[in-house]
Design a protein around this ligand. Structure first.
Ligand code: GDP
Ligand code: IMO
Ligand code: MG
Length: 428
């Protein structure tokens, strides 16, 4: 079986897009299983940058199927624009894109509710969502009044569903300051356009992927967000609304968990977070500014500055456990090499652990690493294409990560371009 899950092992933005783009050179199918356009995955090839929000990051190869699974939530207007943008680069033929009939649709009123709710929250109640309608859409799904892609092809059911949703959310919309409630007629009109556009793309995604696996094809499962944004295992309530961890692959695509051969977690060489919630190893003052500037740490979806800090090994150990990681990809080593001083957290004070105690009480114990802070380090790293070309201080850092997390390092990122990668293991 040639399947591999690629998941975020931190709070998102670890470099999943780049890693999936690199690995997709060897894949036949790349499938997203959860989330929506809260994700922003960056691919860089020969100076050309593509940011995917809904389309899987295998889109830069001809002949690779890009699949959007049932666990996703889809804003069709956003998907149409994104596909047009990618096709403008001469990529992603229509027959390479496949959309699950069971994915849920983000409606304009989900987006509006998301924004109005964020605006109405005060202080610690603010989640800092991406305002893309993710939470309200998954909320409707769990309440069994969500609207699936398949409903677009049945206008009678769709009208009944929309009216049910209007009854459920109109009062809240108006209370929060919206000028009007859900406009069912206007939505039915948009929906007929969405149906026409989606019609050639929809399919039984579970069957497509299962058949591909049976035929010996190479299938990549692309995660969105990260382990610590997982709705069950993350820093709740400061999380997204989905199972971001590897457990979501099977549920979100409609294949059995026994079809997932291995799972690689992506981690930056340091840590970032965007949005509210606990971040134990966040750096202070100038150190944070230095990391943000060196790493260009601004959100690929919202452009917000990301909070930045040091690698949190207890959090990474936790992510390795909840995902059952079999490999770790360490990205942005070149960025760490630009910093005057590098710190790492191996443990929290008083024996606090993420699984038992959560993250809000976590107080990191730091060590400063030797051998970093050398101005020559970054150019050495960016030029390196094999482990033997990696400077000693960096190799020692990788050894420390492997030893503390108990998972082998399988891929290194030494720059944003797909060529700035060192592969240490066969993904399939
Ligand atoms: P994702 O959401 O996990 O796909 O990550 P994002 O695309 O949101 O953010 C990762 C950022 O880091 C993007 O700007 C990438 O181009 C960039 N990036 C990824 N890997 C590397 C790396 O190894 N070195 C550097 N310098 N940049 C990287
Ligand atoms: P990728 O796939 C980083 C964060 C938001 C907010 C919380 C909830 O690019 O790694 P939501 O809009 O999902 O309800 O917001 O989750 N968040 C992300 N942070 N990367 C992401 O995706 C994220 N998707 C959601 O900032 O804190
Ligand atoms: Mg991102």
């Amino acid at each position: 079986m040639k399947t591999l899950g690629v998941v975020g092992a931190q709070w998102g933005d670890e470099g999943k897009g780049k890693v999936v783009d690199v690995l997709a050179a060897q894949a036949d199918v790349v499938a997203r299983y959860s989330g929506g356009n809260n994700a922003g995955h960056t691919l860089v090839m020969d100076g050309k940058k593509i940011i995917t929000h809904l389309v899987p990051s295998g889109c830069a190869y001809k002949g690779t199927a890009c699949v959007l699974g049932a666990g996703m939530v889809i804003d069709v207007d956003v998907l149409q624009d994104e596909v047009a943008g990618i096709q403008g680069h001469g990529l992603l033929r229509d027959d390479e894109l496949k959309v699950s009939l069971d994915a849920h649709l983000i409606m304009p009123y989900h987006r509006e509710l998301d924004g109005l709710r964020e605006d109405s929250r005060i202080g610690a109640a603010k989640i800092g969502t991406t305002r893309r309608g993710i939470g309200p859409c998954y909320e409707a799904k769990a309440a069994r009044r969500g609207i699936k892609v398949r409903d677009l092809f049945d206008p009678n059911t769709l009208r009944v569903r929309l009216e049910g949703n209007a009854a459920a959310v109109d009062a809240e919309l108006l209370h929060l300051g919206a000028s009007r409630g859900v406009d069912v007629d206007a939505l039915l009109k948009s929906a007929s356009g969405w149906a026409r556009w989606l019609e050639p793309l929809v399919c039984d995604v579970g069957a497509v992927i299962d058949d591909a696996i049976t035929d010996g094809k190479r299938v990549l499962f692309e995660g969105a967000q990260g382990a610590l944004l997982d709705v069950d295992h993350g820093t709740y309530p400061y999380v997204t609304s989905t199972t971001t961890t590897a457990g979501g692959i099977s549920a979100g695509l409609g294949i059995g968990p026994t079809k997932i051969r291995s799972v690689w977690g992506i981690t930056k060489a340091y840590t970032t977070r965007v949005g509210a919630g606990p971040f134990p190893t966040r750096a202070e003052g100038e150190a944070e500014e230095q990391i943000r500037a060196a790493g260009g740490e601004f959100g690929a979806t919202t452009g917000r500055p990301r909070d930045c800090g040091w690698l949190d090994l207890p959090a990474l150990r936790f992510a390795a456990r909840v995902n059952g990681l079999t490999g770790l990809c360490v990205t942005k080593l070149d960025v760490l090499a630009m910093l005057p001083e590098v710190m790492v957290c191996r443990a929290y004070r008083d024996g606090v652990t993420p699984g038992r105690d959560g993250f809000s009480r976590a107080q990191p114990i730091y060590e400063t690493l030797s051998g970093w802070g050398d101005p020559a380090l970054q150019s050495l790293l960016r030029a390196a294409r094999s482990l033997s070309e990696i400077p000693t201080a960096v190799r020692e850092y990788l050894d420390l990560i492997e030893q503390e997390v108990g998972v082998p390092v399988t891929l290194l990122g030494v720059g944003p371009d797909r060529t700035e990668t060192i592969s240490l293991a066969d993904p399939f």
